[in-house]
Each structure stands twice: as C-alpha cells, then as structure tokens.
Design a binder for this molecule. Structure first.
Ligand code: ARG
Length: 266
C-alpha cells in the first residue's frame, strides 16, 4: 500500500453555480448541491478505502465554491501558506481555511500578501514545487511561497482560460514525474516541462476537456474523472491503479477530484 496521505475536504452542502469566474460556469444552467454531495462522498470514500486520512472543514453558507479545498492553502513540511483569492466571490475562503489550520494546531502559517489560490496553482514534487500563473496566481506569490517554504518554485504560464489553474492541466504521478496537457501552457513553459519531465504522460485535448488532469495520485493509485478514457489506459500501462470517479456535477463549476482535495504534507 502507498504511504498514507492526509487530505482536507469540504462537503459541498452549499454548492451552486451562481456566478461565472471561469468558462466552465454557467449560472443560467446552475448545479445541484444534493448530486454534488453524493458524488463528493464517493470521492471521500475512495480516499479512505486507499488508507488515506480525510479531515473536514465546515462548509460556509454563501461560499458555493468552498468545496474546492485545494484552493484554500498550500501546506508543505507542516508550514501553511494561506490563499489570497483573485476574485471577490471567493475572497472569504482564504481566512476560513487559515482559521481551520490555526484551530488544528498548525503554528507556522503565513497569510499571503500576494494573490494565490493555494494548491490549485502549486503542485509539490519531491525536489520542486510547480506553480501556475496567467489567470489566478501572481508570479510574486511563487516567490513568496519559495521564501516561506524554502523549496524551489518553478513558474509555469497557463494560456487557455479553460485551464485557469495549474491543477486543471497537470498532476504529479509521484514525487518525480507528472502528467499534463501541453496545449494549456505557453511555448516556453512547454519547453521547461519537456526538459524537466522527459518521461511525462502527455494527455490529449479530449482528456483535458473532461478535467482528466485534475487527478490525485499517491504514487500507486490515481483517482481520476471517469470520462478520461485514454489517460486511464496510459496510466494503467505504466503500472498505476486507476480509480475512476464521477464528479460531473462539480465539473459545472470547473472542478474535479484534485480541486476537492487539499493535501496536508507533514
Ligand atoms: N469555480 C471554482 C473557481 O473558478 C473552481 C475551482 C477549482 N479548483 C481547482 N483547484 N482547480 O475558482
């Protein structure tokens, strides 16, 4: 079994699509909180069946996107780098998540000065943290996180508005390798990824378009949106155990499994 991970999640009791801050969101079409809760419970069960620990933060009425816990902070080596959201609609989530960490005994915290959306734009590998910019998180936040966490941070530029967070276009397979959709990145960032990860899994436009890259891997098991068929085959070919999940209701807000999952790294 892969070493146990610790995840923070937020039950989507108040989930809704009532504003549009990314191209996936259509307030006229809306979304159903009860369906979202049912799908989310299956995701949580999947983690627990894999032996991972799940902690919960209370959802807040009026914060419909709070289910996307990945955006709440970045936690590496027990140090908590707080989120500072790019949009007014989600601004109150930053303090709410930081307060959870305070209440749960995480003493080393930083309330960010720079705009950043937590693990949505920061993905942690063994030696380096990959950081997205272009839509939500500022490059200045990459520097702030590097200084606070003492880990090298590599800036990657996102160029397609459908892939507005790094975690919608790339996920770590383990501590050393990644899967990504090249079409989401600038030419220079594609070149950086090619050099850093010559053996990466390259995903198709089709698998990206179902948020297949918004996956969570523990190095042995990958929890991934069920519609990402080609990607699932390639992951299996590489010896990974694929656990497909249906998060179609949450995708109406532009989120998938990883968006719902904030990893607490001790
Ligand atoms: N509606 C949310 C937003 O646009 C979705 C966030 C998805 N989270 C993520 N880690 N990609 O901010």
């Amino acid at each position: 079994m892969a070493p146990s991970r610790h995840f923070l999640m937020c039950r989507p009791e108040f989930f809704a699509v009532e504003y549009a801050i990314n191209p996936w969101m259509d307030p006229a079409a809306g979304a159903d909180a009860a369906t979202a809760v049912r799908q989310w419970e299956r995701l949580k069960d999947a983690y627990e069946e894999l032996g991972h620990q799940v902690s919960l933060i209370d959802p807040v009425d009026g914060l419909p996107d709070m289910v996307f816990a990945a955006n709440g902070a970045l936690v590496v080596g027990g140090r908590v780098y707080g989120a500072r959201f790019a949009t007014a609609e989600r601004a109150a989530e930053g303090p709410a998540y930081l307060e959870w960490f305070e209440r749960n005994g995480y003493a080393t915290r930083l309330a960010a000065t720079e705009t950043n959306e937590g693990e949505g734009d920061f993905l942690t590998l063994d030696e380096v943290i990959l950081a997205g910019t272009g839509f939500r998180t500022a490059v200045a936040a990459h520097q702030e996180a590097q200084e606070f966490l003492g880990r090298p941070v590599v800036t990657l530029r996102l160029t397609d508005p459908r892939y507005y967070h790094l975690d919608t276009a790339l996920f770590p397979l383990d501590g050393r390798n990644v899967a990504y959709y090249p079409g989401a990145f600038s030419a220079g960032s594609r070149e950086v990824l090619r050099r850093m990860f010559p053996d990466a899994v390259l995903a198709s436009a089709e698998d990206a378009a179902v948020l297949g890259l918004n996956a969570v891997s523990d190095g042995e098991n990958v929890v991934v949106n069920m519609e990402a068929g080609e990607l699932a085959l390639e992951l299996k070919r590489r010896g990974l155990n694929v656990i497909p999940v249906d998060l179609s209701e949450l995708r109406k807000a532009g989120g998938g499994p990883k968006c719902c999952t904030l990893e607490i790294r001790p």
